[in-house]
Design a protein around this ligand. Sequence first.
Ligand code: SF4
Length: 364
Amino acid sequence: MPKRQEQRHPEPRRQKPADFAPRLLAWFAANRRDLPWRRTRDPWAIWVSEVMLQQTRVEAVREPYRRFLQQFPTPSAFAAASDDELLSAWRGLGYYRRARLLRDGARKVASDHGGAIPRSVEALGELPGIGAYTRGAVASIAFGHAEPAIDGNVERVLARHRALRGDPKNGAVQREIRKVVLGWIDAQRAGDFNQAVMELGATVCTPTSPACDRCPIAEDCRARREGLTAVLPERKAPRAAVLVTARVALILGPRGAVGGRIPEGEPNHGQIELPGAGILQDTAEHELAEVLRQRFAARIQVGGTVANVRHAITHHRITLHAHSASLQALGQLAWFPLDDQTPWTTPSRKVFRAALGTSGDLRA
Ligand code: SF4
C-alpha cells in the first residue's frame, strides 16, 4: 500500500492570529519612541507631522515641526501664510510641494469647515493634499477611527508576516494589505495599533536586517518561518541614478549674496538659488558666464571654484561647483540677505556653509 502523503494545510491568508493586536500593542507600550507628535491628539499637529515625516527622517523633522507649529498653530494661521513664509517655515525639510499641498488643505479647512479639521474619514479624504495614508493616520490617531494608515513600514511588516508576493505598491498587493489591517486592527485603539505597526517596521522589521529575535509577532510570521525575510517585500528595482554636474556663481557682498527666484515649473519654484543653469542641468565651466547672460541678462565674470557640494533630488545625484565671480550687471538677479528667513535652496545653503565655513544663520 502506498504511503499516505502528509497533507499540508496552508494557513489562510488573512487568518487573524488570536492575540496579534494585544502582542503588538504591549510591545508598543514598552518600546515606543518618545516623539513630540506622539504627545498630542490635535489633528492639525498630527497632520503636519505626518506630512513632514514623508520622505524625511524622524530626527530631521523634530526642529522644523516645533518651529512650524509655533508659527502656524492652526490650519487657519497656515492658510494665510505667504509663499515666502511657507518656504521659510519648511526650510530643512525639502520636497516643498508637500508644504504647498498642506497649505491648500489648510485653506480648504479654513474656507469650508470654519477652521476645524473635519472628523469623518470621508471629509478628511476630500481635503487637498491628504492621501490614503495621511487620512488614515489623522483619522485613527486624532479621532480614533478604525482606519488603516499604510506607509512603507506597514507594507514591509505585512508583506513579511503574511508572505505576500509582489510589489506592495502594486494595486492588488495594496488591497490585500489593507484587508489584512482592516481585519486585524484593534478598533478601540486604532491609532496606537497603526503606530505600533509603523514603529515595528521602523525599528525591528527594518528593510535589510529585521531583528526577528526581538519581534513580538515572530511566532506566526510566515516570512520568518519560510526563510523569506531577505526577499520580501518584492519591490521594483529603483530607478538608476542620474549624475549631474551643475555650476553656480557665488557673489558675496554687504547685502548678502546674488541670487535668482526659481520660476514656476522648476523644482523648488519660488525659492532663491545661486545663479546657474538650474540644479538639474549639467554645465561646463566655460559655459557658465554665457548661461547667466542668457538666463538672467546678467554680466558676470566667472573665476575658479570655491566650494564643491553634493546634493540628491529623487534619483539625481548632483555635484554642485560654486565659482567665485565678479558682478558687472545684475540683470534680473538681485541681492538677498544670508539669513534664516530668506528661502535659499538647500544646495545654496550647502554652498554658503562650505565657502564661508559657518552654519550660523544658514542652517539647511
Ligand atoms: S519576525 Fe522578522 S520578518 Fe517577521 S515581522 Fe517580525 S521582524 Fe519582520
